[in-house]
Design a protein around this ligand. Sequence first.
Ligand SMILES: [Zn+2]
Ligand SMILES: [Zn+2]
Length: 388
Amino acid sequence: MKAVCWEGKGKVRVETVPDPKILNPRDAIIKVTSTAICGSDLHLYDGYIPTMQKGDILGHEFMGEVVEVGSHVKNIKVGERVVVPFAIACGRCYFCQKGLWSCCDNSNPNAWMAEAAYGHSAAALFGYSHMFGGYAGGQAEYARVPFADVGPMAVPDGLDDEQVLFLTDIFPTGYMAAENCNIHEGDIVAVWGCGPVGQFAIRSAFLLGAERVIAIDQIPSRLALAAKARAETINFAETDVFEAIQEKTGGRGADSCIDAVGLEAHGHTVGAAYDRARAFVGLTTDRITAVRQAIMACRKGGTVSLPGVYGGLPDKFPLGAAFSKGLTLRMGQTHVHRYLKPLLERIQKNEIDPTVIITHRLKLDDAAHGYSTFHDDQDGCLKVVLKP
Ligand SMILES: [Zn+2]
Ligand SMILES: [Zn+2]
């Protein structure tokens, strides 16, 4: 089969690789019909995530038709169309039983690597380095889905792939980020980053009752899309973000702040230049401009929610500000399994149209072009969908 393989920093290539096989009675094989490039795939592309190996198959946002199931898989059938959560969860461990799917204790065969870095290992992820399990991803013609009796959800006819594809990651991720803000009627929510996750966080904040959402980015097309969803916008290349939020909130600060940027934050502040320099010489992996601003701009007693990916030991983290203002910090990989059904219902009820973020539709063969276009913010690129 054809698959998108990681070949080193800034290099991906479509290669011919062996077809996946059922290895375990709880596996399924999916014929991929649609897959997307995620912002967090760019962290792999940029070489920020350790333990990638040449030839690793990328991709954790994918859906398709079930073509084979192991003997223990009863919840999905051959021929059904399914969406697959990006985190792999066994469904039976202490964490899965508590609904903390992305904390699954059983899915990562390389848990020792993550334990060395983090104390404990979270769930394995599709196509996201050996530290996170070393599983082949779904930017391919076929994918093996472990614990398929737990993760994949069948999609009803009448919804096309593009309407449901983002249930695999970014819609639940933006939604959980907003849910983590514990939004009350009348709240003002500020969102850093108007990429795909930011766009879903903005829309989810409104769905959960926010009165106003302030969206922060520097790319005009992304700010325009945020404005279409009723967000007020701040272009950080032109405006001092803290001052602007102070002004918009009567000097109180935003009730909650969502950092949908993550470890590759851009910025024009002294802190941002410092982070870039340190990242360049390998002293730190995380550039934390966005989360720093979020903590500073959040009102006392508010919540800072981090859906953006962080991996390492960030420098100059304003813990003192967070403590002094009594902030709540919430973060982590999304418990996608928890959100599949409720968010599918919201799509069916037309409460949200996930397709508005798609800017590029390419053949799987053109994946390298998709990566570079998304990476370099060319051509108004916001979301690339690949069709095998
Ligand atoms: Zn993703
Ligand atoms: Zn588990």
